[in-house]
Design a protein around this ligand. Sequence first.
Ligand code: PGA
Length: 247
Amino acid sequence: MPTKTRAPLIIGNWKMYKTFPEAKSFIESLNNSKTAYLAVPYTLIQPLSALNKPNVVIGAQNMNDASEGAFTGEISGRMLKDAGAKFVVLGHSERRQFFKEDNLFIQKKVKRALSDGLDVILCVGETLEQHENHKTEEVLEKQLTESLGDLKEGDFDHLSIAYEPVWAIGTGLAATAEEAEKEHSFIRSLIDKRWGKGASSKVKILYGGSVKPENAEYFLKQADIDGLLIGGASLNVDSFGTILSLT
Ligand code: PGA
């Protein structure tokens, strides 16, 4: 059973939004009594980290699996770390869908990020078709098994899972808190079975998909929901601030 002794992890995923002046004014207006994690575009990592705003943790939304090399347009974990990133989101469904990333490629990135000293937020989740065909748990099992491979229990100190049903992302159609809790509990028991009790008790499992100030509290009340990954509602400082204040 999860302990829920730690504060929930609230992560904003800014996707391909915000220039530096927009981001700076967002961060300056954020009430920073609670810790906010922000996965920002690459160009914002260094200047936002340099603001040294207390309780704001800056991360990236993707990286390459190699440490360096002739990969035009790519970025490495070492570069992210050097720019000030503390964590990286990997395997987001938009990366899987639009950039054809598969689980084994994602596993290489997970391992590279951990060895580069970045915390990892690994995203998993089923499509609408898989959901309607009752394939959710089969899909989650495959995504987790193949993306996490032979990770060790200690790696779970630096790894969180975000359960994001693809049909709920950006649609305004969130899962119900009970539906999400069922899958979170499935994910935790799978981690327990494959990577051990130490891993399952410390891994944080976040829900993502149309989280808004109106529904955030219901998710956070669930036993196996340890935080939220928020897209659209993280772009507006009032709505993101309201969600943060619930924690
Ligand atoms: P959303 O996005 O909150 O806009 O649904 C979530 C995500 O893509 O992480």
